[in-house]
Design a protein around this ligand. Structure first.
Ligand code: TGC
Ligand code: FAD
Length: 392
């Protein structure tokens, strides 16, 4: 990839809305991405490898559990800082942000919110430092948008549970030390379990041949009569609301992250358009190219404002699931459209690994699907404003 010359767009002076701490956290993440992610990410994507070398750095910038209290090893930051970290990481690559999202919001969050004190002490500090990596198993081969239909199940054997079933499309699965797994008990109630690598009957085959999110390792979780100690159940919340509560936190981070990918595509296209000469002048001087660039910065600015406001509401514990859905849906769609337009601005160069745009575009095809598809988020808004669920 060419040298990382990224300059963040801030068309409406939104930095004025951030505290000094927000800016410090954001700038540290931004510098780290330039130094440690940009130089290696294209090769990792071409090889379809998760770059394990960045785990330590992700922990150091506070990307693992930004809002988890310091007593458990987290960074103890607010929700806007969490969002800004996700924005900067996804500016580098959505696959890297995925790894951080899963670790923070889908593994540390449920242990922190639904776990016992012993579970928090055992897992959270190691997850915060990157010594342990985690994954989150909700989706199944036959139950994606409709997780309530899951068939993975546990049977109570008195002093332990027996877990059977399979999860699919699980980020970090192939290398995770611990999996937060959602399964139904005999009464059909969804329960959260902590399943550790090495438990007999538990395997995590990797999913190959992805054209998208190639720097993130994806796999299955297969449970064949796995014996789960009783102390590995998350006891403080159950039902579908428990995993959906984790998704609220992860979707919020993704809403910020998508802005990062969009900013990188816009910044790259703007620089290229000013330098590329055709018909005797920079292509940035043609109205059709200006339309693309002007619309990009308009959409980025609208998303920045929406998302900052969501962050304020999240800090006050007032952000609703439907608001988070709207923001995730809007921002990922915005980023994907910008990636497609920006790719065109670069002409043939846009399809190469010399620039980040094509990688962002392909990554965003996963981001628009996971954590609730584009259409499911529209239905969540539809339900919220009409009171009538149209899911089924
Ligand atoms: P529904 O009947 O609406 O709700 C069931 C129960 O859950 C409650 N609830 C929530 N609770 C907490 N937080 C939320 N966000 C909640 N949303 C709903 C609800 O009140 C109810 O409670 P109760 O007590 O009445 O039982 O559920 P439904 O089956 O109709 O489904 C609704 C729907 C379709 C919106 C939901 O299933 C959904 O969001 N589906 C999308 C699935 C999804 O997003 N999967 C993501 C898997 S994880 C992933 O993709 C990680 S990628 C990570 C990465 O690499 O970055
Ligand atoms: P389906 O549910 O089969 O949907 C197919 C299409 O039908 C979609 O367009 C959808 O919008 C539409 N559709 C479905 N229901 C309705 C409806 N009621 N009305 C209208 N349209 C509908 N899951 C995890 O649990 N953990 C992970 O870590 C994880 N990581 C992932 C990483 C990647 C790279 C990817 C691609 C996915 C990951 N997922 C993970 C799974 C992801 O959450 C699911 O792919 C997603 O929820 C959609 O499920 P599905 O793929 O089965 O699609």
């Amino acid at each position: 990839m060419s040298q990382d010359l990224f300059q963040a767009p801030d068309y409406f002076q939104l930095d004025d809305l951030l505290t000094e701490e927000h800016k410090l956290v954001r700038d540290a993440a931004r510098e780290w991405v330039k130094r440690e992610v940009s130089p290696i990410i294209e090769e990792a994507a071409q090889k379809a490898e998760f770059p394990t070398s960045i785990i330590k750095g992700l922990a150091e910038i506070g990307a693992f559990g930004p809002y988890i209290p310091e007593e458990y090893g987290g960074a103890g930051l607010d929700q806007i800082s969490y969002g800004l970290i996700m924005q900067e990481i996804e500016r580098g690559d959505s696959g890297v942000r995925s790894t951080a999202s899963v670790q923070s919001s889908l593994v540390m969050y449920p242990i922190w919110k639904y776990g016992t004190e012993a579970q928090k002490q055992k897992y959270l500090p190691k997850l915060a430092s990157g010594e342990f990596m985690g994954c989150f198993g909700l989706t199944e081969p036959d139950h994606g948008s409709n997780p309530s239909g899951m068939v993975t199940n546990i049977k109570d054997m008195g002093d332990h549970y027996i877990l059977n079933g399979a999860k699919m499309w699980i980020s970090n699965a192939p290398f995770a030390d611990v999996a937060v797994v959602w399964a139904k008990n005999e009464a059909g109630r969804i329960k959260g379990l902590l399943v550790e690598r090495g438990m007999e009957g538990f395997t995590t085959p990797e999913t190959h041949n992805k054209w998208s999110l190639r720097t993130s390792s994806t796999g299955e979780l297969i449970f064949d009569n796995v014996k789960i100690p009783k102390e590995n159940m998350l006891t403080e919340k159950d039902g579908l609301g428990a995993p959906l509560g984790c998704l609220d936190s992860a979707r919020y981070g993704i809403a910020w992250g998508a802005i990062g990918a969009a900013m990188d595509c816009y910044d790259t296209a703007l620089r290229y358009a000013k330098q590329r000469i055709q018909f005797g002048k920079p292509i940035a001087g043609f109205q059709l190219q200006q339309k693309k660039l002007a619309e990009m910065i308009t959409e980025i600015t609208k998303a920045q404002l929406l998302t900052w406001r969501l962050g304020v509401l999240k800090n006050e514990d007032r952000a609703t699931t439907a608001q988070i859905s709207m923001c995730k849906r809007n921002n990922v769609d915005m980023a994907l459209k910008i990636a497609r337009e920006a790719r065109q601005v670069l002409g043939a160069m846009g399809i190469t690994g010399e620039y980040s745009i094509m990688r962002h575009m392909m990554n965003l095809e996963s981001v628009i699907t996971y954590e609730g598809t584009h259409d499911i988020h529209l239905l969540i808004t539809g339900f919220d404003i009409t009171g009538i669920p149209a899911f089924k």
